[in-house]
Design a protein around this ligand. Structure first.
Ligand code: AMP
Length: 215
């Protein structure tokens, strides 16, 4: 099964992708995670991506298309994968179609996780994760039971994404509105788009996704 999770930053794509990995045995391909890793390791890709990421703008298509093309050829993708954060514009969507058709694969579902923009700023600027186990928290909605200590693993180190500040978030939302949201009709016309209400709780969003995948 090949899925795309589409939605603005903070809609919960990463959270749902992790759950789909667990429950369906799919591989999560997050271009954002791959680029952050490349920036951290100062690879050539990381050097090309860094500036755009810090400004909340899209990294060039050749870079992200190249990453995905290499990644989906690997054997762990043969039973299916979830694209989280890719494609983000029309050129990437067309490049993906070409890649899949070369490999004889088809796209099964595109899930749009819909959340109003006003809700997203707090979701993003407030979020942080445990450096040890990756458990997610939020200053506004879900802090650890004991301040500064992870509920899951007891770790005391937490991380925030450097692009989760308000100015960059606004640029990222603009990029979504202007470049990624226009992909929705592209997939709707092909009859593979499903809209998921992303304002519901995590388990409810997961249930909505399960319903679509069963259909
Ligand atoms: P994300 O983790 O998906 O929010 O992505 C973080 C940042 O990585 C974005 O703001 C972009 O700068 C970059 N990025 C991730 N995926 C893509 C993509 N498909 N196309 C262009 N830039 C991307």
């Amino acid at each position: 099964m090949i899925l795309i999770l589409l939605g603005p930053p903070g809609a919960g794509k990463g959270t749902q992708a992790q759950r789909l990995v667990r429950d369906y045995g799919l591989v999560q391909l997050s271009t954002g995670d791959m680029l952050r890793e490349a920036v951290k390791n100062e690879t050539p890709v990381g050097r090309k991506a860094k500036e755009a990421m810090e400004a909340g703008q899209l990294v060039t298509d050749d870079v992200v298309v190249g990453i995905i093309e290499d990644r989906i050829k690997r054997s762990d993708c043969k039973d299916g994968f979830i694209l989280d954060g890719f494609p983000r514009n029309r050129a990437q969507a067309e490049a993906l179609d070409e890649m899949l058709s070369r490999q004889g694969c088809t796209l099964d579902h595109v899930l749009e996780i819909r959340v109003p923009e006003d809700d997203l700023i707090k979701r993003i600027t407030g979020r942080f994760t445990c450096a040890g186990c990756g458990a997610g928290y939020n200053d506004y909605f879900k802090t650890p039971e004991k301040k500064g200590v992870c509920d899951g693993c007891g770790g005391r180190e937490f991380e925030r994404r450097s692009d989760d500040n308000e100015e960059t978030v606004r640029a990222r939302l603009k990029a979504y509105r202007e470049q990624t949201a226009p992909l929705l009709p592209y997939y709707e016309d092909r009859g593979i788009l499903a809209v998921i209400d992303g304002t519901a709780g995590i388990d409810d969003v997961a249930r909505q996704i399960d319903e679509v995948l069963k259909s």
